[in-house]
Design a protein around this ligand. Structure first.
Ligand code: CTP
Ligand code: MG
Length: 236
């Protein structure tokens, strides 16, 4: 990639969830994975990325100063320019991150990333940068290995989408800054309980099509205890 023409990029790294499905006392983003807190790995990938210029870290309520000291300070994540408090739902947390970027008019592209995905890497970020340059809105994903069924309320199969058209999506989800800011500002004015990722905000609120690009099968989200075992195996 030609770094001379590279546009300014910001990451919003989300770590304001409660980790209910993990079921541990310590929120999953602070749990240790090979001696480091889970959130360390995603931050490290963005910190070391040639593409990334600045990082906004979104932490849980009352966790900002802990995160400043024990994560950002301790591991010297110098690209983290703000640690802000998130909200009740993921989209509330994203919105807080986007608001923190308002004072950064130079930023062209925003990479929104789940802090619970430790295996994002430079190859994914590079593919993402190239894709957002071309399409303005894109998300990492992979073709589904499993057949997917749409079911009714009673879990009877209703429909089976053709597998070549089924991808599972990951993060980073990457957008032109003005596009994602406008999508979220519209979203925040409406009922929007179904919105589970950033692409949906753009799909619902804007006309721009969202392109999928190749993430990786290792770019998993740590959600339940068995995911920690898989992550440890990847790190070995
Ligand atoms: N997240 C966030 N703010 C929220 C909810 C989620 O910043 N209100 C973040 C999480 O910290 C995580 C990412 O969004 O990095 C993906 O969410 P998920 O895996 O669902 O994490 P949790 O919401 O923490 O877990 P659970 O749904 O099991 O409670
Ligand atoms: Mg959640």
């Amino acid at each position: 990639m030609n770094m001379q023409d590279k546009k300014r990029c910001a990451a919003i790294v989300l770590a304001a969830g409660k980790g209910k499905r993990m079921g541990t006392a310590v929120a999953k983003q602070y749990m240790e994975l090979a001696g480091k807190p889970l959130i360390y790995y995603a931050l490290k990938a963005f910190q070391d990325s040639q593409i990334m210029d600045t990082i906004v870290l979104v932490a849980g309520e009352g966790e900002v100063s802990y995160v400043q000291d024990e994560i950002v300070g301790k591991y010297d994540f110098s690209k983290v320019h703000a640690v802000v408090e998130g909200g009740a739902e993921r989209y509330d947390s994203v919105w807080q991150g986007l608001k923190a970027l308002r004072e950064d008019p130079e930023t062209a592209y925003v990479f929104i990333h789940d802090g619970a995905r430790p295996f994002v890497d430079e190859a994914i970020l590079t593919r993402g940068y190239k894709t957002v340059e071309q399409f303005a809105a894109c998300v990492a994903g992979m073709p589904s290995k499993d057949t997917v069924k749409l079911v009714d309320e009673d879990a009877f199969a209703v429909n089976t989408p053709e597998r070549k058209y089924v991808w599972t999506v990951q993060t980073p989800q990457i957008f032109e800054k003005n596009l994602i800011t406008e999508a979220y500002s519209r979203l925040m004015q409406e009922e929007h309980t179904q919105v589970t990722d950033d692409a949906m905000a753009v799909e619902l609120m804007m006309k721009t099509p969202v392109k999928l690009f190749e993430g990786s099968y290792e770019n998993i989200k740590i959600t339940t205890p068995e995911d920690l075992k898989i992550a440890e195996a990847f790190l070995r």
